[in-house]
Design a protein around this ligand. Structure first.
Ligand code: AMP
Ligand code: GLY
Length: 421
């Protein structure tokens, strides 16, 4: 099959890698891809979605998979579908579940899906009044997409009010902060769960845990994610069932009732409080680096799963997972997450190590290729993934691979998967 993948990160690289490992052969295209994806397929540079759809049509691309949220929120799926193309991802309307926190919270409230108590408002008085009623810490969120930075956990009422004022005045996030959510703080442990959905049916993937902070022991600033592992032992069958019954099923039914059936990846940020799963947020795409550790755990065809999801036929297939564990460790550049770093050559030791060869691999993200040399030129540069029969084994293997990768200023956490060990 000819498949187009939108995006440029490790997430998209890992989807491509999983597809190329299938028995059937496929031809891959990336828009825009990165310096490593062009060794897996063809990188394109067609920014206009109508032009891209035209390209897909004239090149007989049978399936398009959208990685990141921005094209979804901009409506790439609607454009491709209007041209009769098969594309996996939610419509512009359904992507509001991630694109607008106000839409998401109001949806959750309307369909009685568990979430933190909140107010959504553009009135500073109402926001202050609600914040005064909450005990600290208090969570303040900007409505729109802020690249993962739009959530403030305020330790005092005063801090919450400063955050509210700065968002509503447009000072901190411009238009994305013109409406805010003020909500109660949930104290528990966080999980990432992913359901691949076709509007009616869904496949729930093994639960993962991400590591959002930059430094060990969950210190330092928030990032897109510095590492992840799956499946996490923090979830048992009972919790999966609660997530299915209380969150995923009512979400799919609710979105249908809203005339915005949800097709694509429903990424549920969950806080488990006293054994009960509470929805923190939805994203409408795979997590990154969660995707990099989930893809290698899939033993059935990944492309077929996406194809069936995109054609409303998920009920026809059985998706299978390995019974192993995967741990992914992100290697980031020197100034991540503050600013771009000077491109640095990536050197990978050319030493054969059987365990590394067999049980680890690299998913490339912020890299560019110049004259056959790979450079680290993005924030999160690559993810070293280890597979094993236990989390410890998978983790040790991922770190063995990290030891072979060198570039100036490289940064990584040394405690990925600590919650499970
Ligand atoms: P969000 O973008 O909504 O997922 O928020 C980013 C991060 O902020 C989450 O991954 C949580 O760690 C934290 N967070 C968000 N909302 C809450 C809440 N109500 N209580 C506790 N932590 C929260
Ligand atoms: N790793 C979290 C995210 O992709 O949003």
């Amino acid at each position: 099959m000819k498949i187009l993948i939108l995006g440029s990160g490790g997430r998209e690289y890992s989807i491509a890698r999983a597809i190329l490992n299938e028995k059937e052969s496929h031809e891959l295209f990336f828009m825009p891809g990165n310096g490593a994806t062009n060794s897996l397929g063809t990188n394109l540079n067609i920014k206009d979605y109508y032009e891209l759809a035209q390209y897909a049509k004239s090149n007989n691309i049978e399936l398009t998979i959208v990685g990141p949220e921005a094209p979804l929120v901009e409506g790439v799926v609607d454009i491709f579908k209007s041209q009769g193309l098969t594309i996996f991802g939610p419509s512009k309307e359904a992507a509001q579940l991630e694109g607008s926190k106000v839409y998401m919270k109001n949806f959750l409230a309307k369909y009685n899906i568990p979430t933190a108590r909140y107010i959504e408002t553009s009135s500073i008085e109402d926001a202050f009044k609600f914040a005064d009623k909450l005990i600290t810490p208090i969570v303040v969120k900007a409505d729109g997409l802020c690249g993962g930075k739009g959530v403030i956990i305020a330790l005092t009422h005063n801090e919450a009010k400063v955050a509210i004022s700065e968002m509503l005045s447009g000072k901190s996030f411009g238009d994305a902060g013109k409406k805010v959510i003020v909500e109660e703080f949930l104290d528990g442990y966080e999980l990432s769960m992913f359901a691949v959905c076709d509007g009616d049916n869904y496949i729930l993937l093994p639960a993962a845990q991400d590591h959002k902070r930059l430094q060990d022991n969950d210190k330092g600033p928030n990032t897109g994610g510095m590492g992840a592992y799956a499946p996490t032992p923090l979830v048992n069958e009972e919790l999966y069932q609660k997530v299915r019954d209380r969150i995923i099923r009512p979400t799919l039914d609710g979105m249908k009732a809203e005339n915005a059936p949800f097709e694509g990846v429903l990424f549920i940020g969950i806080m488990v409080v006293n054994g009960e799963p509470i929805t923190l947020e939805f994203n409408v795409r795979f997590g990154d680096p969660e995707c990099e550790i989930l893809m290698p755990l899939m033993t059935s065809s990944v492309s077929d799963m996406f194809y069936k999801a995109a054609t409303n036929r998920l009920d026809e297939i059985k998706v299978e997972f390995s019974n192993q564990y995967a741990v992914g460790v992100v290697m980031a550049s020197a100034d991540y997450p503050y600013k771009n770093s000077t491109p640095a050559e990536i050197i990978i030791d050319n030493v054969y190590h059987e365990e590394i060869e067999k049980y680890t691999h690299i998913s490339y993200a912020g890299v560019s290729m110049i004259d056959d040399t790979l450079y680290a030129d993005g924030g999160r540069v690559l993810v070293c993934v280890g597979i094993g029969n236990s989390i410890r084994e998978a983790r040790d293997r991922a770190y063995l691979r990290c030891g072979q990768v060198h570039f100036a200023g490289k940064k990584l956490r040394t405690d990925i998967a600590y919650q499970a060990l």
